[in-house]
Design a protein around this ligand. Structure first.
Ligand code: OAD
Length: 239
């Protein structure tokens, strides 16, 4: 296992760094995670809210939930972990931030090369003509919102049972394969295919470092596990 100082050196010397973030990075901005004890999936059922079938059954119910999350996320601000990753990007020649988060807080913190593998809650996408628009109104005035073509708009996020946006996913795989250092931060590493990226990076020769408040299924198979809060440890890594 390698220590904080050694990870700092690895990051300083790296030509290419890729980072995978999950809900834990936004937890300290006040946004609920999914699988922690108080997480969203302990209170709500995935199959009622985050599948194409749920939306087909009851689009208003699904939208009410996403709209309430939009209201919560609209109040959130990036935290020290988000800012540290934006700072790291400015120092590394090739830097890719792959996020499962749909809150856009990495962009707000100043990160530029962000791959949103699960989409964005601020994008609305037509269920028929595929027209997309960005809309930060929260709450939305009428649910479900409608496209100019008359069909329902849906949240621009990936639901269970759906493919990830393929162009974004290919870029994420490329970043993992070409990384000298791969950071996995604040994710339970159980949702695939995003969870596979650490292994992809490791097999291709990257040093893989995980930051989390608790161990995950990948913790034993990587180069370093840093136990702690991302908003505390990331600024220390980048300092
Ligand atoms: P999870 O809720 O599954 O996992 C959050 C992880 O963050 C856990 O491993 C926590 O231990 C860790 N954590 C919590 N607070 C932390 C902190 N302050 N610092 C560091 N780590 C912390 O969230 P994700 O792994 O992001 O997908 O979930 C993956 C996907 O499952 C989401 O993108 C979403 C969800 O269902 C879709 O909706 C498609």
């Amino acid at each position: 296992m390698i220590l904080l100082d050694e990870i700092r050196t690895l990051l300083r010397d790296a030509r290419s760094v890729a980072v995978l973030t999950g809900a834990g990075v936004s937890a300290e901005s006040g946004i609920a995670t999914f699988r922690d004890d108080d997480g969203l999936w302990s209170r709500f059922k995935v199959e009622d809210l985050a599948t194409p079938e749920a939306f087909a059954r009851d689009p208003k119910f699904v939208w009410q939930w996403y709209d309430s999350r939009r209201v919560d996320i609209a109040k959130a601000k990036p935290n020290a972990g988000h800012f540290a990753l934006a700072e790291l990007e400015r120092r590394v020649p090739n830097f890719t931030l792959i996020t499962q988060n749909i809150d856009d807080l990495h962009d707000e913190a100043g990160s530029r090369n962000v791959l949103k593998v699960h989409g964005s809650i601020w994008t609305l996408r037509c269920t028929v003509c595929s027209h997309e628009r960005r809309d930060r109104t929260a709450p939305l005035p009428d649910l479900p919102p409608k496209c100019d073509c008359g069909a329902y708009l849906r949240p621009g996020v990936v639901w269970f049972g759906e493919l990830l946006p393929q162009d974004v996913w290919r870029q994420a795989e490329f970043a993992a394969v070409t990384a000298d250092v791969f950071l996995v931060i604040g994710t339970s590493a159980v949702v695939f295919p995003a969870a596979s990226l650490a292994g992809v990076a490791r097999d291709a020769g990257a040093k893989v470092v995980e930051i989390n408040i608790a161990e995950t299924p990948i913790s034993g198979r990587i180069d370093a596990f840093l136990k702690g809060r991302s908003a505390q440890l990331l600024p220390q890594l980048v300092a």
